[in-house]
Design a protein around this ligand. Sequence first.
Ligand SMILES: Cc1ncc(COP(=O)(O)O)c(C=O)c1O
Length: 395
Amino acid sequence: MFETLTKAPGDKILALMGEYAADTRSSKVDLGVGVYKDEQGVTPVMSSVRKAEERILANEKTKTYLGIAGNKGFGAAVLDLVLGNSGVNRSRIRIAQAPGGTGSLWILMQLINRARPGAAVYVSDPTWANHNPIAINSGLKVATYPYFDAATRAVKFDAMLAALDRLTTEDVVLLHGCCHNPTGANLTHEQWDKVAQSLVRTGALPFIDLAYLGFGDGIEADAYGTRKILSAVPEALVAFSGSKNFGLYRERIGAAILLARSPDEADVTNSQLLNIIRGAYSQPPDHGAEIIRTILEDASLRAEWEAELAQMRNRMIALREKLASAIRERSNSTDFDFVAEHRGMFSLLGLTPEAVEHLKAENGVYMTSDSRINVAGIPEERVGDLADAFLAAAR
Ligand SMILES: Cc1ncc(COP(=O)(O)O)c(C=O)c1O
């Protein structure tokens, strides 16, 4: 049977990680892989997570199945975190735990395809490399809306809004809730207001990918767009990830959230969501969910987690400012100031693929071929070297 298959394309990031590992230069720098790293270049287990795990180990009474929707306390805590005091009507909302943000995106795309087979999902140009395959594998079509202005490295907001205004009730719009991947360019709160108004006008279904809550400007600021949209529209979907903000990458913890027109419609839609999960992996694993529940429900662990999250966020913002100012000093220009304006883990530098190759070959600086850098991967003592290398590559 397998002779019918041809080799699937390899994953570019994994290939880049392999090349980096094989590079023997001690001066090499990894700005490619999309995980947070601390000053030592380590992706740490957060202290609040470790304490929660100790409590779980000491108190766990059973390993029996969780149920299709997963850990109920986790679901309630994540809804509180995402919705805050926004006054979104909870009776129209349902949540199901899922394996990571990716698993959440996958079950929600399956749900869209059940509701409207072959619907078009509009993604930002560019978007996270996994959005398209998840949509296509779910039977959906992918189209794009303008997003990143390669000249200013900011959001092309007028063009984006004009494209969103042309959508219909048949369409789905995938929005990055905050910390856009790969560009690092984000909507202002006023722009989110306008996007919400556009969605109300057109009736297109908003689908928010919330993979970096707390990594940009803080939990409240980063949740603004999601809360605004969920307060304004009749129907919406949100894919939440706990991989980055809780540092739980390998625990595969996320949540699929749906907002329906009425409580009855929410129940019907949720029954389809649960049916999709049952027919895929039956029930989610508990460990990551129980960690997040334990942290969010306990005032002192929650305060500790928020402080650790702020530390990660502030470190990334400081690295952005350092790199932008090192480049400004050397070049006497503000051409790279966008790095300090961007938020989240990534910035798209706007270099050519040749320049990216050159940086790898000459300087041992690794980034994805679209010139996306992970700012958390910048070693602080190498900021000057990187500024020199980026300026040389941009010439
Ligand atoms: C934009 C975006 N969405 C979703 C995810 C999913 O993350 P995970 O499945 O690890 O929770 C990522 C991870 O890199 C991402 O960058």
